[in-house]
Design a protein around this ligand. Structure first.
Ligand SMILES: CCCCC/C=C\C/C=C\CCC/C=C/C(=O)SCCNC(=O)CCNC(=O)[C@H](O)C(C)(C)COP(=O)(O)OP(=O)(O)OC[C@H]1O[C@@H](n2cnc3c(N)ncnc32)[C@H](O)[C@@H]1OP(=O)(O)O
Length: 292
C-alpha cells in the first residue's frame, strides 16, 4: 500500500521534474544510467543491490535527487531477483547532510510542496520496503541523512562521524514521522533525549543507544555490510517480511493518513518570514564556516 501510493506520486513527480531514469541490465549487473548522482548496482548471484549516493558536495536531498532515489528504490522493489539493498555514500566523510536547505530557502510554493511530498514518498518506500535494507554509514549523517539511515533495517557506521536529528538546534521541530522513525529505532526515552536537545551523536554514542547496530572501520564498512546482508538473507523471507510489516505498518499508516496535511503544515511553516530569515542566516553561517 505504502509503496503503491508512493509510486503514483513518484510517477507524477518524475513528469514534473522532467527527467527520466532507467535501470539497465548489463551482463549480470543492474546499473543506473543517465545519472552521475546515484549509482545502483545489483549482483544477480546474491540478489544484493548497492545504492551509492553521489551528489557533491554533501549529498543533500534535493527534489531531483530524491526523485532519482525513489525511482531506483521502486525499481528494485519490483525486481524479483533483488532481495536486499545497501545504501551508502560515494562522497568522502559525508553520508548525507539531510534535506537540501536551498530547496526551502525562498522557494516557489509548488516546488516546495512537491519537495516535501517526494521526501514523504522516499520515507514510505524505504521504511516500507519488502527488501532487507542496510545503511553503510560512511560519513556524517544529520537530520534527513539520519532519517534515511534509521529507515533501514540495520545500520553499520564508521567511527569519526556524527548522526542525529539536530532540528531543535536549528530552532525547528522534527516532523512527527522523523520522531516516529527514531522512536521505532531507539525507543521513546532515548528519542526524547536526542530530539529535544537536537543531539548529534558520535558513532560510539549512537551505537551505545542502539541508533547504530555495528561500528566498523571505514575501510571494512562495505564488506561488513555485505556480510551482514548475507546473514539477513538466510532468514525465511516471508516470515521476515511479515514480521517487518507487522511492526512498521502502524508507523507508515500514521503518515499515509495525514500526508496532505503534513505537506500543508510544512509549507505554511517554511514560508513564514521568520523561518525564511533563519534559513538565510543558517546558509550564511554554513558558507562562512567554509571560509574560516
Ligand atoms: C535554521 C532554520 C531552518 C528552518 C527550516 C524550515 C523549514 C523546515 C521545516 C521542517 C523540516 C524539518 C526536517 C529537516 C530536515 C533536514 O534535513 S534540514 C537539513 C539539516 N542539515 C544540516 O543542518 C547539515 C548542515 N551541514 C553540515 O553540518 C555540514 O555541511 C556537514 C554535512 C557536516 C559537512 O561539513 P563539511 O564537510 O565541512 O562541509 P561544509 O559545511 O563546508 O559544506 C559544503 C557545502 O555544502 C553546503 N551544505 C551543507 N549542508 C547542506 C544542506 N543540508 N543543504 C544544502 N547545502 C548544504 C554548504 O553550504 C557548503 O556550500 P558551499 O560550498 O559554501 O556553497
Amino acid at each position: 500500500m505504502a509503496a503503491r501510493m508512493a509510486f503514483s506520486r513518484l510517477t507524477r513527480s518524475l513528469c514534473e521534474v522532467g527527467r527520466s531514469r532507467s535501470l539497465l541490465l548489463q551482463s549480470a549487473r543492474w546499473v543506473t544510467s543517465a545519472s552521475k548522482t546515484l549509482t545502483v548496482t545489483m549482483d544477480d548471484k546474491t540478489g544484493i543491490a548497492e545504492m551509492s549516493l553521489n551528489r557533491p558536495p554533501v549529498n543533500s536531498l534535493s527534489l531531483e535527487f530524491m526523485t532519482e532515489i525513489n525511482i531506483a528504490l521502486e525499481k528494485l522493489e519490483h525486481e524479483k531477483f533483488c532481495r536486499g539493498v545497501i545504501i551508502t555514500s560515494a562522497i568522502p566523510k559525508i553520508f548525507s547532510a539531510g534535506l537540501d536547505i536551498l530547496e526551502m530557502y525562498q522557494p516557489k510554493p509548488e516546488r516546495l510542496s512537491e519537495f516535501w511530498k517526494t521526501l514523504q514518498d522516499m520515507w514510505l518506500l524505504l521504511f516500507g520496503s519488502r527488501l532487507t535494507t542496510i545503511a553503510a554509514i560512511n560519513g556524517h549523517s544529520p537530520a534527513g541523512g539520519a532519517l534515511v539511515a534509521m529507515s533501514c533495517d540495520y545500520r553499520i557506521m564508521a567511527p569519526g562521524f556524527n548522526i542525529g536529528l539536530n532540528e531543535t538546534q536549528l530552532g525547528i521541530v522534527p516532523p512527527f514521522w522523523f520522531i516516529d522513525t527514531m522512536m521505532h529505532t531507539i525507543g521513546s526515552r532515548q528519542t526524547e533525549l536526542c530530539c529535544q536537545k537536537g543531539l548529534m551523536l558520535s558513532t560510539e554514542e549512537a551505537a551505545r543507544i542502539g541508533l547504530v547496530d555495528k561500528v566498523v572501520p571505514l575501510d571494512q564498512i562495505a564488506s561488513e555490510a555485505k556480510a551482514e546482508m548475507q546473514s539477513w538473507l538466510k532468514i525465511p523471507v516471508a516470515a521476515k517480511l511479515i514480521t517487518k510489516q507487522t511492526i512498521r505498518a502502524p508507523i507508515l499508516e500514521k503518515l499515509q493518513t495525514r500526508q496532505e496535511a503534513d505537506v500543508q503544515n510544512f509549507c505554511n511553516f517554511a514560508m513564514k518570514d521568520s523561518v525564511q530569515k533563519s534559513l538565510g542566516m543558517y546558509l550564511e553561517n554554513l558558507k562562512k564556516k567554509q571560509k574560516e
